[in-house]
Design a protein around this ligand. Sequence first.
Ligand SMILES: Nc1ncnc2c1ncn2[C@@H]1O[C@H](COP(=O)(O)OP(=O)(O)OP(=O)(O)O)[C@@H](O)[C@H]1O
Ligand SMILES: [Mg+2]
Length: 257
Amino acid sequence: MALLEVEALTKSFGGVTAIADLSFDVPPGQVYSVIGPNGAGKTTLFNMLSGIYHPDDGSIRFMDQGVVGRQPHQVAALGVSRTFQNLQMFFNMSVLDNVMVGCHLRTRTGLFSAALRLPRIKREEKLSRQWAREALAICHLDKFIGQEAGSLPYGVLKRLEIARALAVEPKLLLMDEPAAGLNDTETLEMRKLIRRICESGITVLLVEHNMGLVMQVSDRILVLDYGSRLAEGTPVEIQNDRRVIEAYLGGEVQYAL
Ligand SMILES: Nc1ncnc2c1ncn2[C@@H]1O[C@H](COP(=O)(O)OP(=O)(O)OP(=O)(O)O)[C@@H](O)[C@H]1O
Ligand SMILES: [Mg+2]
């Protein structure tokens, strides 16, 4: 059974249809990529999957539960976590604290009980610290743990955002352009990280423009064009799909797999 089921999803902004009657299923345990030209609707899709936008029409089911109508924190509580196309970080906080910010979703701490510093809160803080450390370890960020985020290079911050998203132990991780702006070495590191995350049992939904990375890391690929499904299949199928080659991949189709 699919982990995520999207059916007849539609979203317009004024006269622009960003997502048009889009349906697809994401099986569990895979890296599933969504590609398409600028403006194809990829981020809009992520915004609907994470509860930031509400679709005009259609349905989203995650582990057989409806997502449409839920607020972002409620979708996160179902087990869907995400990173953003533009870094969203507390630059004056430490690496560890940036990751722990994500953990409050897993604890029951309200503002009132946090202010009273009840024993339960202390226990939860300890747990959060432990989850954060585990997430940082997966992302190979252990050595930066006490450093201020603002002092770190961009490539490290991209992984820090992923660590924060992992600290809530999601079942599905949405990644919006994790390799944007990375050099070749950092991109290779990112590819390995995406596979490690998938192998740890978390399903990954990836939006990415770096076709080399997409072709090497993905189990399946959905190609969007003007918000609609142009093609769907394995990397080999996508690279050999006439419509995809004509509309999108152009001369860039030959990637070593
Ligand atoms: N909040 C918004 N208000 C108005 N139009 C929007 C909004 N968000 C997205 N759009 C429009 O919807 C379309 C899809 O945009 P979206 O950001 O989803 O594309 P994308 O595939 O993520 O592109 P990119 O690869 O450049 O990140 C575009 O035409 C965009 O201008
Ligand atoms: Mg985008």
